[in-house]
Design a protein around this ligand. Structure first.
Ligand code: HEM
Length: 485
């Protein structure tokens, strides 16, 4: 690793997470002190290099095979020689080879990036229907102020609404599938953490003693068992000219495999890809909605203008959502983006493992194996025209879009150098347009059916907490819901 710049190496501290699990808290490191320099954090998962945001321009030119996002998440880093042996042994993040998340697929990526995005407009009504069904069947009546565990309830809403497009109707209401598709992520994360406590030489055996690791295998087997009858049902109807073929991600994946002649694609692979797609989609979207509702409950002055906007744009269709309505909800879009600016999914994006040596424009050189990421959550680095960078201004982006030449900029789903929460460049999150729609549909439902506020004793917006570089909403705070009218 060449040291053209002054390097700082800091050790992240280990804390006890609310769940009881030890975790590394990067907030304990004075990030601001190093924000304009390249520094390395020695974490329990191995060393990780943090780059100032400007280097995203340099990383952008490396392909996904040269600088891999998946390997940065799942894989081992190769620490420099001065890092103690113990770290070398433990330097794996989510040990993807055991947790099965280390699985990249052109079929899955194409189905999200191309097919899902192409079909977005056609699904607004379906998703709205699923969201309404979920609130009607899963939520208490809320005739009086009722505490709602958002982390729990929204998991179900997002899972079912996403499943409507990923696996179609009726499978999107199959309790076993919803359970399987939501629990896999927790099993992979918790199982990975537990298995990491074992020496690498012992892990092939130790995996059988970690309950979550056994469940991961069970999740995959269970997913296949649920998909087989669904595929048979579809096959039985295939020849029937009276039956409209389903339009969902199951079909897109099968079609892609057929067109590319991918011989490795079978029912088992389809079930695995569906589990992985649900994992990428559900937890990120749920968290974004929770953060937004926390900001709304803490700032009730925004509720009425947002509600009015929703009612106004849907007036022509008696309140039934259509695809153009989502684009017209500019205040809601702005509020969601401002929430994401203050509560991003992570303080570092563009996480990459160098699969080949990486050279930055200033001459810094990183050998293959280094794990790099860009430091992206610097509120004060917002462009001056955005106004006070620290203030929460829910309509900040709405106002910025009022200039005709900027009408299509600053949208929630538009990544830019100043908004990297979905990543940046060609490999930015392919599901962001879908996520934007889902979040709007769910928030529009909540805003037009309920009043919300925090439980007694919560003053202001509850502080987020960190797990590694991830920003999480405080799960101990309850939001109360009350039906309108
Ligand atoms: C608010 C919700 C979401 C957030 C904040 C989010 C954020 C991100 C981020 C930061 C990345 C990494 C980008 C990079 O490395 O440059 C990513 C990747 C990814 N996201 Fe999302 N995401 C969200 C929703 C979704 C949804 C709904 C889907 C699926 C429909 C999805 C599928 C993926 C996939 C497959 C990748 C990996 C892409 C690749 O390997 O190139 N995400 N997401």
């Amino acid at each position: 690793m060449s040291k053209k710049q002054t390097w700082c190496s800091v050790r992240a501290t280990k804390r006890q997470a609310p769940s009881g699990r030890a975790h590394t808290r990067l907030a304990d490191i004075e990030l601001r002190q190093f924000k304009n320099s390249i520094f390395q954090v020695v974490t329990p998962d191995g060393p990780r290099v943090f780059l100032p945001r400007k280097y995203a321009h340099d990383l952008k030119k490396y392909t996904r095979h040269e600088a891999s996002g998946m390997k940065a998440l799942a894989d081992v880093s190769f620490p420099p020689a001065h890092v103690v042996r113990q770290q070398v042994d433990r330097s794996q993040r989510h040990i993807g080879n055991y947790t099965t998340i280390d699985h990249e697929s052109d079929i899955m990526l194409g189905a999200i990036k191309i097919d899902l995005n192409r079909n977005l407009g056609t699904f607004v009504g379906d998703v709205e229907q699923e969201v309404a069904h979920c609130f009607q069947t899963q939520f208490p009546s809320c005739n009086e102020w009722t505490p709602i565990d958002l982390h729990d309830k929204l998991l179900r809403v997002v899972a079912q609404a996403s499943a409507r497009i990923f696996v179609g109707y009726p499978m999107c209401r199959n309790e076993e599938w919803l359970d399987c598709s939501t629990s896999f992520a927790m099993d992979a994360m918790n199982g990975g953490e537990k298995l990491k406590q074992w020496h690498p030489y012992l892990r092939p055996v130790a995996q059988w003693f970690v309950p979550e690791m056994r469940r991961i295998r069970g999740d995959h087997r269970h997913a296949l068992a649920l998909f087989l009858p669904e595929l048979e049902r579809r096959a039985a109807k295939a020849g029937d000219s009276d039956v409209v073929p389903q339009n969902d991600m199951i079909e897109w994946m099968i079609e892609r495999a057929r067109n590319t002649g991918d011989k490795s694609f079978d029912s088992k692979e389809l079930a695995n890809l569906q589990v992985l797609t649900a994992t990428a989609a559900i937890h990120t979207t749920r968290l974004a909605i929770i953060h937004t509702l926390y900001d709304l409950a803490a700032r009730p002055e925004y509720v009425q203008p947002l509600r009015e906007e929703i009612l106004e744009v849907t007036r022509d269709s008696n309140g039934i959502l259509q695809k153009q309505h989502l684009t017209q909800m500019k205040k809601l879009d702005s509020f969601m983006k401002e929430t994401q600016r203050h509560s991003p999914p992570s303080v570092a994006t563009f996480q990459r493992k160098a699969m080949i040596p990486i050279d930055l424009s200033d001459g810094s050189h990183f050998p293959a194996g280094t794990i790099l990421q860009c430091n992206t959550n610097m509120l004060e680095e917002a462009p001056a025209v955005w106004g006070d960078p620290y203030a929460f201004d829910g309509f900040r982006f709405y106002k910025l879009r009022s200039k005709p030449e900027d009408a299509n900029k600053f949208q929630f789903a538009s990544p830019s150098y100043d908004s990297m929460q979905f990543g940046f460049g060609n490999d930015a999150c392919p599901g962001r347009f879908f996520a934007s729609n889902q979040i709007k549909i769910i928030l529009a439902y909540i805003l037009t059916h309920y009043d919300i506020k925090f439980e007694e004793g919560v003053v202001g917006r509850p502080k987020n907490f960190m797990f590694e570089v991830n920003v999480l909403a405080d799960p101990t705070k309850m939001v109360l819901f009350k039906k309108i009218g």
